[in-house]
Design a protein around this ligand. Structure first.
Ligand code: AMP
Ligand code: MG
Length: 360
């Protein structure tokens, strides 16, 4: 693999806050990023979900570089990012059904990805050989400006090494991909902190393939009975869906496995049992503000890492990947993490935590 001197360039946060895409497009560094993308090189940049590793989605050689730089399994397709609704026409074969139309009108730009039948413009390399393609319009003004300047749809998985937690800060990208890519744009911490929700909109009923930044409840509120629910006819177990006939190939991977063995504390009874068992070894308990406060007295001898308030799961989401990266720097024997309610963004948080956990 080619060796790069990886440049990391900070973008003035006041410019991002204003969200003026046209003035962002004037920045020389964004033009440099777009130029690299057009030449078939990789660029890492912030999005509102996590940091992405971008390449021209229409260029097989550029796409192969993504798989090499990340060490990503060849059969795990990429999400293609666009900056405007009009770009859909060049990518989607046939027309979107009314459910899909309503969903993208409501949640785009934002953390929702739709899986649709693809046109030839998107090569097999991008979709791991599938006839479908996953598409998202990100909300982050910097991402939008880069896509507009590049003038092509941009394939962008999370900018981490395969197997590591998704990066939510530029320094996470640098730690994983230093020397493997020419440029990282630093736009501060990612707002959502978890990846997008991936939905399949190819049939009348919409299926959630991966929970993420847009919640099941929000989708249900919009399309009601057109959302395929667990237990609906034709629905297998989670295991059969994800492993035997993976609808979303990426879901069969563990995603990342922290070096620290991680166990889930399913409820307060489990926490009480754990505390009574007299925890031995070098361990940490990862708890919400609420549980850390309530059990303060019995936790006195334990190392506690706070993950944020149960009442504000969006704050837990924003910090969870950073927390998992931090955990692995502590060289602990093991760690225990509190389960939070699987409502709203809590469903996506627990999906990632369960994937990161060691099964007993
Ligand atoms: P990542 O970019 O690493 O956040 O992962 C992208 C996710 O989208 C993975 O879970 C992929 O399996 C899923 N995905 C991408 N393209 C498709 C597709 N054509 N059909 C189903 N799932 C897809
Ligand atoms: Mg990823």
């Amino acid at each position: 693999m080619k060796e790069y001197v990886t440049e990391i360039i900070r973008i003035d946060e006041s410019l991002i806050e204003e969200g003026n895409i046209d003035s962002l497009k004037e920045l020389p560094v964004l033009q440099q990023a777009a130029e690299l993308l057009r030449k078939g090189e990789l660029v890492a940049f912030p999005t509102e979900t996590v940091y992405g590793l971008g390449a021209d989605a229409t260029e097989p050689e550029a796409i192969k570089k993504i798989y090499r730089a990340k060490g990503r399994p060849q059969d795990n397709p990429l999400i293609v990012h666009i900056a405007g609704f009009h770009e859909l026409e060049g990518l989607v074969r046939g027309s979107l059904n009314p459910q899909a139309e309503r969903l993208i009108k409501t949640f785009w730009p934002g953390p929702l990805t739709i899986v649709v039948d693809k046109k030839e413009t998107i090569p097999a390399e991008t979709t791991a050989g599938l006839d479908s393609v996953a598409i998202r319009m990100p909300a982050h003004p910097l991402t939008r400006a880069i896509i507009e300047l590049a003038g092509v749809p941009i394939a962008a998985p999370s900018a981490n090494k395969s197997g590591a937690p998704s990066p939510t800060r530029a320094e996470h990208v640098y730690a994983d991909l230093k020397g493997r890519i020419p440029l990282i744009l630093d736009g501060g911490p990612a707002r959502v902190g978890l990846e997008s929700t991936v939905i399949d909109v190819r049939s009348e009923k919409v299926r959630i393939l991966r929970p993420g930044g847009v919640s099941r409840e929000e989708i249900r509120e919009l399309i009601g009975a057109y959302l395929h629910e667990p237990g609906d006819e034709g629905e297998g177990t989670e295991k059969s869906n994800m492993i035997e006939k993976p609808l979303s190939p990426g879901m069969k991977y563990r995603h990342y496995s922290p070096a620290t063995p991680l166990y889930i504390i399913e409820d307060e009874q489990a926490l009480e049992n754990l505390l009574q068992s007299g925890l031995e070894g070098d361990i940490a308990l990862i708890l919400s503000e609420e549980w850390a406060g309530k059990y303060e007295a019995s936790l006195r001898d334990s190392k506690v890492i706070k993950m944020g308030p149960r009442e504000r799961p969006e704050l837990i989401a924003a910090g969870i990947f950073q927390l998992l990266r931090h955990l692995d720097t502590l060289s602990l024997d093991r760690a225990y993490i509190e389960a939070i309610p699987e409502r709203g963004i809590g469903e996506a948080i627990m999906n990632r935590i369960r994937k990161a956990s060691s099964r007993k």
